[in-house]
Design a protein around this ligand. Structure first.
Ligand code: THU
Length: 140
C-alpha cells in the first residue's frame, strides 16, 4: 500500500504554481492583460514563460511561446502538459499561433489547463480539441 505525503504537491500542482507565479512577471503595459504559462517536458522538467509586450505592438510575445522557448533552449523536445494562467474569471485559451507552437511538441492527447490566479482550473482541453486536424511535423 502506497502512502502519499500530505505535504507533497499533487501531480500538476507544481506546474500550476509555476504558471501562476510567472504571470506576476508579465510585461503587459499595453493590453493590461498578464498571462503566465508553464510546460512540463518529457523528463518532468518545468519551464515557465510570461507575455512580453512591446511599444511596437505586434512585436509582443505570448506566455506560451516563452515557456516553449525556454524548454527548447534547455534541450526539451516534448510537451507532456501545459497550464495557462490568465486573470480570470474567463479561461485564457491559447491563441491560434500558440496552439500551433504547442502542436510542434505535443501529442493530440496532451492536456492544457486554463487556470485563474488562484490556480483554480477554469477549463481543461486536449490539444486535439483546441487544434483539430492540426498540421505537425509528421505531416511533412
Ligand atoms: N496572450 C498570451 O500571452 N497568451 C494567451 O494565451 C492569450 C494572449 C497575451 C498576448 C498579449 O500580450 C495579451 O495576452 C493580450 O492579447
Amino acid at each position: 500500500m502506497q502512502h502519499h505525503d500530505p505535504v507533497a504537491p499533487h501531480p500538476g500542482q507544481r506546474l500550476t504554481e509555476a504558471a501562476v507565479t510567472v504571470r506576476g512577471n508579465a510585461h503587459a503595459p499595453y493590453s493590461g492583460f498578464a498571462v503566465g504559462a508553464a510546460v512540463e517536458d518529457g523528463d518532468g522538467r518545468i519551464f515557465a514563460g510570461c507575455n512580453v509586450e512591446n511599444a511596437a505592438y505586434p512585436e509582443g510575445t505570448c506566455a506560451e511561446a516563452g515557456a516553449i522557448a525556454a524548454m527548447v533552449a534547455a534541450g526539451g523536445r516534448s510537451l507532456r502538459r501545459v497550464v495557462v494562467c490568465g486573470g480570470g474569471p474567463q479561461p485564457c485559451f491559447p491563441c491560434g499561433g500558440c496552439r500551433q507552437k504547442i502542436r510542434e511538441f505535443a501529442a493530440a492527447s496532451v492536456e492544457i489547463d486554463m487556470v485563474d490566479p488562484q490556480g483554480k482550473i477554469l477549463a481543461r482541453r486536449t490539444l486535439g480539441e483546441l487544434l483539430p486536424d492540426g498540421f505537425g511535423p509528421e505531416n511533412l
